[in-house]
Design a protein around this ligand. Structure first.
Ligand SMILES: O=C(O)CCC(=O)C(=O)O
Length: 256
């Protein structure tokens, strides 16, 4: 799919599946620049940073004295880090596609709360992310947000690319199917049969995945010898407000 051809068919695919991939959306020079800045911030440990040990996901070092405890997970606050990230977050083509996917002519905003990051997945001590909906992090008037995931390098099974369950954004599983951290419980047969429907989202650098905040997704560990880097921002209609005093309201959203 080319972004210049995004049309009613792609919008219908998003409505049906909860995600679309726009191939080659970002040219090499631009994703190369973003990658250089991200790599520089990683090597200089420019805060705020989340470490694998902070998330405590499967495979993460268990505490700060464990081997690999200095493994990075996310460079947080991407919007504030550099003009190049801000320009990408507010890119007019991103806005046009989001308006089409959300089927809205309203103003759109980018959240500065969770996501708004450079996701990193390092070889060695990276963790796996279990099946979840991003709505576990969010508290908005409506669970109708879209995340935009730009691959800065190749993403495939070997380095822990995303897996998604097409159409799962429409499901309303009972609370008992989740654990306390709002991950799907893998021991339940109804969850097992849902997870069997998953597909792997392999991306080339410059490809962009748009996915709904209710879409179930997961990712494996990075078994390659290179760090995986992706820029992720999340968007909402400006009239869809974060609930006061929640994590979603910690920082103001930016109108596109
Ligand atoms: O790259 C991963 O492990 C998945 C990250 C993710 O799904 C999330 O942070 O919501």
């Amino acid at each position: 799919m080319s972004f210049s051809s995004l049309n009613d068919i792609e919008a219908a695919a998003f409505e049906r599946d909860g995600y679309i991939v726009v191939k080659n959306m970002v040219p090499a020079q631009r994703f190369g620049e973003l990658r250089t800045i991200a790599t520089d911030h990683l090597s200089q440990l420019i805060a705020p940073i989340e470490f694998e040990v902070d998330v405590g996901y499967p495979g993460a070092p268990v505490d700060v004295s464990s081997p690999g405890a200095d493994t990075l997970r996310r460079l947080l606050q991407a919007f504030a880090r550099d003009e190049a990230f801000r320009l990408w977050a507010l890119d007019p083509e991103v806005k046009r596609i989001l308006a089409c996917l959300l089927q809205t002519e309203e103003d759109l905003s980018v959240s500065q709360c969770h996501h708004n990051c450079i996701m990193t997945k390092a070889p060695g001590f990276s963790s796996a992310t279990l099946w979840h909906q991003d709505s576990r992090y969010w508290a908005f008037d409506y669970e109708n947000l879209v995340s935009v995931w730009l691959a800065l390098g190749k993403e495939d099974k070997t380095n822990g690319c995303l897996r998604v369950i097409p159409g799962s954004h429409k499901l309303e599983p009972d609370s008992g199917r989740f654990d306390a951290a709002m991950f799907l419980r893998p021991d339940l047969s109804e969850n097992k049969s849902l997870i069997e429907q998953a597909i792997t989202v392999e991306l080339n650098p410059g490809d962009v995945l748009f996915f709904h905040s209710r879409l179930f997704h997961a990712a494996g560990r990075n078994l390659s010898d290179e760090t995986k880097l992706s820029v992720v921002f999340t968007y909402h209609q400006t009239s869809n407000k974060p609930i006061k005093n929640t994590r979603s309201a910690r920082f103001p959203s930016i109108v596109m």
